[in-house]
Design a binder for this molecule. Sequence first.
Ligand SMILES: [Zn+2]
Length: 125
Amino acid sequence: MAELSESAYVEAETTRRIAENEARFRAANERVEEAWTRLGASEQTMPFVCECGRTDCLLVLRLTVDQYEQGRRNPRLFLCAPGHEITGDDIGRVVQRESSFVIVEKLGEAGAIAEQADPRRDGHH
Ligand SMILES: [Zn+2]
C-alpha cells in the first residue's frame, strides 16, 4: 500500500472541508430561493451567499432566480463571487463567468462530494 505524504493528506482534508462548506451554503441558498419564490418575488434579485467554500467568506450575491438556476442545473456546480472561485487540476474549473457571479464546476473528489450532498437529488424540484 502506498503511503500518503503529509502534504497529500492535508490537501485531501482541505478539499473535503471546502466541499462540505460549499454544500452547506448551497443548502442555505436553496431555502432562500424557496422562500423568495413563495413570496412571488422571483423577478427581483435575491441575496444568496457565496458558495466558494471558504469558512470566513461572508459575501452576499444578488442574483435573480434565473441566474441562480443556471448554477443549479448540475449538482457539481457552485455559484460564487468573481475572484472567489477555487480552481485547479482535480479541484474545479470555471464554466461561466458573469460580472456579478462565477459558476464553478467541481472536479475529482470535490465533485463527488458535491453530488452526494446535492439537496435536489431526492427529486423535490
Ligand atoms: Zn466566497
